[in-house]
Structure formats: C-alpha cells, structure tokens
Design a protein around this ligand. Sequence first.
Ligand SMILES: Cc1cc2nc3c(=O)[nH]c(=O)nc-3n(C[C@H](O)[C@H](O)[C@H](O)COP(=O)(O)O)c2cc1C
Length: 215
Amino acid sequence: MPEETDLFHIIHTTRAMRRLKPDPVPDALIRRILDAGIAAANGSNRQTWRFLVIKDQKIKKQIQIFYKRAFEEVVGPRYFASEPPPGVTRERYMRQHAAVAYLTDHFHEAPVWIVACLDEGTAQPSRMSGASIYPAVQNMLLAARALGLGTTLTTRHLLHEEEAEAALGLPAGVHSYAILPIGYPMGRFGPVSRGPLEDIVYEDEWGKPYSGLQS
Ligand SMILES: Cc1cc2nc3c(=O)[nH]c(=O)nc-3n(C[C@H](O)[C@H](O)[C@H](O)COP(=O)(O)O)c2cc1C
C-alpha cells in the first residue's frame, strides 16, 4: 500500500494543523470529509449528529471573538503555567503555544469550518452523548489529513457556549461538540509526539505493566 494512503501512516501524522492558507477548499473535498465522518460508530446507529458547514466570514468572526476571549481568560495563562506533556520537548511545546496563539487570532480566516453537533432534544450533553459524535470528528480529522487538508479539533468556544451557539444559530436541543477549521496547511504534516505506551497501559491490575508490550 502506498505510504500516503496507509491508515497507520495517516493516523500517526494527523497532527493539529493550526496555520492554514485562506485558499478556498473545494466542496467535493468537504463532502468526502463529511462522508467519512458519518461512517463512524454512533450509539445504536441513531445518527443524531448534525454538521454545520460555515464559510460565512461574519459568522466565523463572531465566534472567533469568544474563542479569543477564552484564550485570554483561561487557555493562554494555563499554557504558560504548564509543563510540556509526556513525549513532548520544551521546544516543541513552545512551538505548540505559538501555533495555538496563531489559530486564536486567525480562527475565522480558515476558509471552511465544520461544526460537529448532536440533536439531543431534551437530553443534556454528557459523556454518553459525546461518544456518539467524537468518533465522527476523529474520522473527519483523518479524512482531511488523507486529502492533504489541515485541521484541528477545537472545543474552546464551549467556554462561552451560550453566546457561541447563539452566534452559530443552533436551534433548541442541538449542541455543538467541536469546530474543525479546515484549509490547506502552511506547514508540513509530520509525526505526532506522545509518551510511551509502557507508562499508561496496565494488565489485569491497575499499575501492573502490560506484558504484551515486551514482545
Ligand atoms: C477535546 C479537545 C479539545 C481541543 N481544543 C482545542 C482548541 O480549542 N484549540 C486548539 O488549538 N487545539 C485544540 N485541541 C487540539 C489539541 O491541543 C491537540 O490535539 C494536542 O495538542 C495534540 O496535538 P498533536 O495531535 O498535533 O500532537 C483540542 C483537542 C481535543 C482532543
């Protein structure tokens, strides 16, 4: 199988791509991403997912204001006070900070957004409901990567959920779970950095190393 279409290669190189070109993305590619999304697992196959494709600059800008406010109030200070996560060098973490700040300022300039939603009626959003939309979101991240498009799973607008969802025009009972800003990436795709499996996988008993990693 050629490397570019090998599933494991795609998985290991689907990084958060936060620097995007403003060039338009063909609808045919957005359709392929959405099609990959709805191939995902979802509870009882009820398919209560709904997707809002946003190209309108005015709408994106309204949400970016809340996205940036949440950065200034919560996310930015937290980033600067935190240590690099497992498997990530300080230098790479600093580059991530810079990219996060960049996306904060340019969120609305991504040519297309896909807002992943669930139509939940009177039920409250929960871990159970999230489990019926995030597989679709991950499929869309992988599909975008396979098509050479950059995106990032973002949820920060939820720190100002009511205002952001009003700006998105979501009807009662519909909640947003992620915004994927999509565009052609300025940089290159590359491998993700994660800590070793040995530190996080146990066998039979919490804390006992999984013997299967030794082979
Ligand atoms: C639940 C969730 C919410 C996220 N929200 C944001 C966000 O609002 N803005 C952002 O820039 N990245 C966001 N990310 C992306 C993460 O920062 C990213 O997955 C992580 O740093 C790993 O990056 P990498 O896959 O490029 O290694 C989010 C990821 C997840 C899973």
